[in-house]
Design a protein around this ligand. Structure first.
Ligand code: HEM
Length: 162
């Protein structure tokens, strides 16, 4: 006679396997900091493939979100400064890329202006990292809001679809 548990075990094993796969996919999306989130954002099913500059910007954006929370907690200095450091790397990547120039604007000049703006972002991120390390909470907040201003100005001028 066949054991009575057999038909019950199979569906249970199937559900367990689905939960493991679902759990692993959540872990993969959440576990790797700004870079992993940027990569995950670039690979959504059916989405248009994101440009390399868009991916670097997504990395910066994840960093801004994370650092906004970390600055509120004096015990998170190490995490805040390593996030600022990670964001600097995204700026360095962005500076090697070239946003398309609008009609009538000389591409070389447009890209030089873009690098100068990103260089200003880099300077603010370095100053933010220093402020965090030195426990200068007010200075860090000021740098954070300057970064938001640079983002807005940069998008107004350089982002075609913003
Ligand atoms: C902290 C500063 C900044 C943050 C957090 C940020 C964030 C972002 C985000 C989230 C996107 C959309 C990416 C996507 O398509 O999914 C984007 C796109 C873009 N940003 Fe920024 N940005 C910042 C500063 C700047 C600055 C200073 C400039 C110009 C000098 C700039 C130029 C652009 C351009 C050209 C795009 C379009 C890229 C593309 O679709 O190929 N951004 N940014």
């Amino acid at each position: 006679m066949k054991p009575i548990v057999k038909p019950i075990v199979k569906p249970v094993a199937l559900v367990a396997a689905c939960l493991v796969v679902f759990g692993l996919s959540l872990f993969a999306q959440r576990g790797g900091g700004a870079g992993a989130q940027a990569a995950a954002g670039a690979q959504g099913a059916g989405e248009e493939e994101e440009s390399p500059l868009g991916q670097a910007m997504d990395g910066l954006q994840s960093g801004m979100r994370a650092i906004g929370r970390l600055l509120a907690d004096p015990d998170k200095k190490d995490e805040a400064s390593s996030t600022a450091r990670e964001m600097q790397n995204y700026v360095l990547i962005a500076m090697q890329l070239e946003p398309a120039a609008p009609d009538g604007v000389e591409a070389g000049r447009h890209q030089l202006d873009f690098r100068m703006e990103m260089h200003a972002v880099l300077g603010e991120l370095l100053a933010l990292e220093l402020a965090v390390r030195e426990g200068d909470a007010e200075g860090a907040k000021t740098r954070f809001s300057t970064l938001n201003g640079l983002k807005k100005a940069g998008h107004d001028r350089f982002r075609v679809d913003d």
